[in-house]
Write a protein that binds this ligand. Sequence first.
Ligand SMILES: [Zn+2]
Length: 258
Amino acid sequence: MKKTVLLLLILLCFFHSGSSESKNWHEKRSTHFIVYFRNAPLKFVYKVIDKAEDYYRDIADSLGFRRYQFWLWENRAKIYIYDEAQGYQQATGSPKWSYGHVMPRDKIIHSFYNERRFIDQILPHELGHIIFREFVGFENTSIPLWLDEGVACYQEFRRRPTADAIVRAAIEKGKFIDLERLSSFTSRSMADDETVQVFYAESVSLIAFLIAEYGNDRFVVFCRRLRDKKDFLEALKASFRVEGLKQLEEAWKDYLFR
Ligand SMILES: [Zn+2]
């Protein structure tokens, strides 16, 4: 149980703007990325580069986003691999349970050497945030936290099937967070481990539901409307013919128990 909660907690990540100090780092460059590292083994660094290039292509495809801004030359994303948790936490001001940090506008990701989480979870999750925000707008306040985190979690290896099971269990145990409440969630609403776990599970389950039920094309239309009109309920109605959060919640629950 503790392990599951920890894995979910790592996905709470921080957004802030600013620049990173790139002095005293080794670096390796690929077409779309610059990876900075200190003592991480080269084999690991090359694996990070390979996977980052794969995710760069696959994440936009999985969401149906067409890319207009390519991450080339000076526009490449930067990935900082710290040697250990402490250095990462000090540099980013992240709490002890945090394993990944993202600055979407600057396309900068910070994490530390830890192969399993870095490659399969942190990297796709943080890249998901950047790609999504690049599409809907960095300052777009009509995006609820669940949509942002749901899209990011949707990219993680094996996250979706477990999420649906957690949501079904939450409904049965009376721990379900209704969509009205979910939509007003901020990082301050994460009162305890169980709330965090249910929040993330619901977020990714909703994204998986929208894409499976309505298809990528309509999901893209929904995101485009959010980008252009910036009204959540209007975008919901125009894209999925769903009238309000209650109706969306009912359709999603039907899908979960189908
Ligand atoms: Zn996140």
